[in-house]
Write a protein that binds this ligand. Structure first.
Ligand code: C2E
Ligand code: SIN
Ligand code: SIN
Ligand code: FE
Length: 333
């Protein structure tokens, strides 16, 4: 699909110059003053605006301010095209939300190169945003039929991020873990609501069904080769493995369990114990801490539990923050 570029200039000759330079590669829309520019931006939702600064009615800087102030146009990138070239104007241009400027008289190769660069960058950041949103939608989907799950997935992702940092993961990996962790229970989408929402203990057959959520989540997430989803698949498969080998689905033990999943397991158990679930009430903190100590070395890795308890004050801060939000809020704020 052709990108749409809105070209704004009060001089017809400048617009026809831009037309000649760009018309073979893009869909162009033109405006000869600020009013027209604002209307055209709303009507055509362009991918990029080339905006003249000196115009008789409203200056390009003011047009930019108005575009930024309107939710419908605020995210459209603006490149100023100007003969005004000094530090003050440059600063002003960036202050009102411009991402770049091109100096007049314009050179065709400069215009082509800048436009192409910016559209590539914009495309990449839109892809990244789609990607983030897809992760959160999958996470929400995995939990949609859990009643009162609240902000479970977002909260436990933040716990996992903090714990990973505390055991020395670099920020890039810790962030990737935070993005992947919300997907740990994606496989619950394949489990009947009657089981997910049961108010009492599961019987043996229901439990066998429930345990399949690890493999189902893996099968869904493993369809992507992207590192983030590969990590999410690894976590989904292994988050109920136990340090002593008594977990599921594969009975892995110790360091055969990926560290990502060992970290998420602690975040998941802490969250399950500290909040209400269809089958349980939240526990008081003292009882949770006693249980974590008991689980250290058998269910959970002792080293990680020790660090988790050390960072408990920060964990509780996160809990307080997320407790007041709902599932659909996600990470959007
Ligand atoms: P969940 O509710 O998100 O719980 C996640 C994990 O937290 C559990 O994994 C378990 O390791 C830990 N956990 C939760 N409650 C307790 C507890 O009272 N004591 C201890 N020591 N650990 C606890 P698990 O056991 O593999 O369960 C996976 C999922 O199966 C649970 O996710 C929940 O959706 C479901 N489930 C487990 N037990 C029951 C139950 O008795 N009734 C119902 N309706 N669902 C259950
Ligand atoms: C619930 O809290 O509704 C069920 C457990 C979970 O979401 O993992
Ligand atoms: C539970 O008690 O509901 C979960 C099983 C366990 O962690 O022992
Ligand atoms: Fe799970």
């Amino acid at each position: 699909m052709l990108s749409i570029i809105l070209c704004v200039d009060d001089e017809p000759i400048n617009l026809s110059l831009l037309r000649n330079i760009l018309q073979d590669d893009y869909k162009l829309v033109f405006a000869r003053n600020g009013e027209e520019a604002l209307a055209a931006a709303l009507k055509h939702n362009p991918d990029l605006i080339l905006l003249d600064v000196q115009m008789p009615d409203i200056s390009g800087f003011e047009v930019a301010q108005q575009l930024k102030a309107n939710l419908k146009t605020t995210s459209i990138p603006i490149v100023f095209v100007t003969s005004l070239f000094d530090d003050d104007h440059e600063k002003m241009g960036f202050d009102v939300g411009g991402i770049d400027y091109i100096i007049k008289p314009i050179s065709p190769s400069v215009v082509r190169a800048r436009v192409k660069t910016h559209l590539t960058l914009i495309h990449a950041s839109q892809l990244e945003a789609s990607y983030r949103d897809a992760i959160y939608m999958l996470g929400v989907a995995g939990h949609y039929n859990d009643t009162n799950t609240g902000a479970h997935i977002w909260r436990m992702a933040a716990y996992a991020h903090l714990l990973a940092q505390a055991v020395g993961w670099n920020e890039k990996r810790a962030k990737l873990l935070e993005m992947a962790a919300p997907l740990h229970d994606t496989g619950k989408i394949g489990i009947p609501d009657t089981i997910l929402q049961k108010a009492t203990e599961l019987d043996a057959e229901e439990w066998e069904t429930m345990k399949q959520h690890s493999q189902i989540g893996y099968d869904i997430l493993n369809t992507s080769n992207v590192p983030l989803f590969q990590l999410a698949a690894e976590i989904a498969l292994n988050h109920h493995e136990r340090w002593d080998g008594s977990g599921y689905p594969n009975g892995l033990a110790g360091e055969n369990i990926p560290e990502s999943a060992r970290i998420v397991a602690i975040a998941d158990v802490f969250d399950a114990l500290s909040t209400s679930r269809p089958y349980k009430e939240p526990w008081p903190l003292e009882r949770i801490l006693v249980t974590l100590e008991e689980l250290a070395g058998n269910h959970l890795e002792e080293r990680l539990v020790t660090v988790f308890i050390k960072i408990l004050p920060q964990i509780l801060e996160i809990k307080a923050k997320w407790d007041s939000r709902s599932l659909l809020d996600g990470f959007k704020s």
